[in-house]
Design a protein around this ligand. Structure first.
Ligand code: HEM
Ligand code: HEM
Length: 186
C-alpha cells in the first residue's frame, strides 16, 4: 500500500518551531506589557521578546521560501471545493500574520523615543528598521504602532483557534490524515 502523503521534514519542523515561538511570544508579550515588574526583569523580558520575535521572523522568511519551492501534499479526492478554499484562506491569513506581527514589533522598537538598542540573545546587535528612527515626533507615533502590534498579535489568536479546531475536526470527526501529515511523530 502507498504511504499517505505528508509534509516534508523541513516544512513540519518550521511549522512547529514557528507555532511554539508565537505562543511563547504571546505569553511573554502579555506578561511584560500587563504587570508591574522590577525594571531589570522587565528589561530582560523585552530583550528576550525581541530576540525570539526576530528569530520567528527569520524562520518565517525561510518557511515562505521553502513553501514557494516545495509543493504541499495533495488533498484526498473527496475534499470539497469549500474545504480547499477555507484551508487556503486561513493559511494565507496565518502567513500574513506571521510576517506582520514581528514586523510591527520591530517597528515599535524602531520608533521608540528611548532608542534602546536590540541585541539578540545578548550577542548579536540588530538594527532598527530603516527610515522610522528618523521620524519627527516619535513619542506620539509609538503608542499607535504598539496598538497595531498588540491587535495583530491578539487578533491572530482567533484565526489560530479556528485553524486548530479545523485540524481537530479532521482528526476526530472526519478521521482523515490531515493532522497526521503535519504531526512530527509519524
Ligand atoms: C511572533 C512574534 C511576536 C508576537 C506573537 C508578539 C506578541 C506581543 C504581545 C502579545 C505583546 C503585548 C501587547 C500588549 O498587551 O500591549 C507584545 C509587546 C511588545 N512586543 Fe511583541 N510580539 C512578537 C514579536 C516582536 C518583535 C520581533 C519585536 C521587536 C523586535 C517585538 C517588540 C515588542 C515590544 C517592544 C512590545 C511592548 C509594547 C508595549 O509596551 O505595549 N515583538 N508583543
Ligand atoms: C501559531 C500557531 C500556528 C500557525 C501560525 C500555523 C500556521 C499554519 C499554516 C500557514 C499552515 C499551512 C501550511 C502550508 O500548506 O503551507 C498550517 C498547516 C497545518 N497546521 Fe498549523 N499553525 C499553527 C498551529 C497549529 C496547531 C496548534 C496545530 C494542531 C492542532 C496545527 C495543525 C496544522 C495542520 C494539521 C496543518 C496541515 C493542514 C493541511 O494539510 O491543509 N497548526 N499551519
Amino acid at each position: 500500500m502507498r504511504a499517505k502523503p505528508r509534509y516534508d521534514a523541513v516544512a513540519i519542523t518550521l511549522h512547529w518551531v514557528i507555532a511554539l515561538g508565537i505562543f511563547f511570544e504571546l505569553a511573554l508579550g502579555w506578561v511584560m506589557a500587563s504587570f508591574t515588574l522590577p525594571l531589570a526583569t522587565k528589561f530582560a523580558m523585552f530583550q528576550l521578546h525581541k530576540s525570539v520575535g526576530i528569530t520567528v521572523l527569520l524562520a518565517v522568511v525561510l518557511r515562505l521560501l521553502w513553501r514557494a519551492t516545495h509543493k504541499p501534499p495533495a488533498y484526498d479526492a473527496d475534499f470539497t471545493g469549500l474545504e480547499r478554499q477555507a484551508a487556503a484562506g486561513a493559511h494565507h491569513l496565518l502567513y500574513l500574520a506571521m510576517l506582520l506581527i514581528p514586523l510591527a514589533g520591530w517597528a515599535v522598537v524602531s520608533v521608540s523615543p528611548y532608542n534602546i538598542p536590540t541585541v539578540l540573545y545578548g550577542l548579536i546587535p540588530w538594527p532598527d528598521l530603516p527610515w522610522l528612527p528618523g521620524l519627527p515626533n516619535k513619542a506620539a507615533i509609538e503608542p499607535w504602532v504598539e496598538d497595531v502590534h498588540a491587535y495583530l498579535a491578539y487578533g491572530t489568536l482567533g484565526v489560530v483557534a479556528l485553524h486548530v479546531l479545523a485540524a481537530l475536526r479532521h482528526h476526530f470527526f472526519k478521521q482523515d490524515n490531515i493532522l497526521r501529515r503535519m504531526a512530527p511523530w509519524f
